[in-house]
Design a protein around this ligand. Sequence first.
Ligand code: ZN
Ligand code: ZN
Length: 198
Amino acid sequence: MKSGWGFSAVIETEHASPILFDTGSDGSVLLHNMRQLGIDARQIGTIVISHAHGDHTGGLQSILEVNGDAEIYVPSSLWRRLPGRNVTAVTGPVQICAGVFSTGELKGIEQSLALMTDRGIVVVTGCSHPGVGEILRAASRFGKVSGIVGGLHGFHDFDRLRGLSLICPCHCTQYKSEICRLFRERCEECGAGLTLEL
Ligand SMILES: [Zn+2]
Ligand SMILES: [Zn+2]
């Protein structure tokens, strides 16, 4: 795997084709890592972009070049026409496919995903610019939140994580080591190539 500054995750579910959530900062790294993991970029059915920052959108052009069919969900602040492509501008909460929801665009900048799993709702975030508390609150409309995976930025209200059974602080999370020290048994160390079964 190649690592870099950014975030990207593929979400595989039982009932729908794979979803790519964010694309990292570099398309060649994205496609390389997908190949290494045995993920066929052409099979991605849906691409969701959390927010406009380059460390999440940098690989978008490259995946669109090899995948002409995926539906695309972007926060409305990022919407632009992509000729021939089905692009949905997200404002409010919306279902992406069976068991996968967007929180909606929060604070006018970013959307996160809420995955319905056997353990409850697992949230996947890009950078958490709207604030982790705000994101958890928005995701809880879909069920009891039991996990969070992704960039948590400067979040340090650690009590908010107390009820969760999975915490995977990635990417821009400033207080990664503090979070992992506080919630040792529930913390997963994040990095390129990490696979989580939910
Ligand atoms: Zn970021
Ligand atoms: Zn960001």
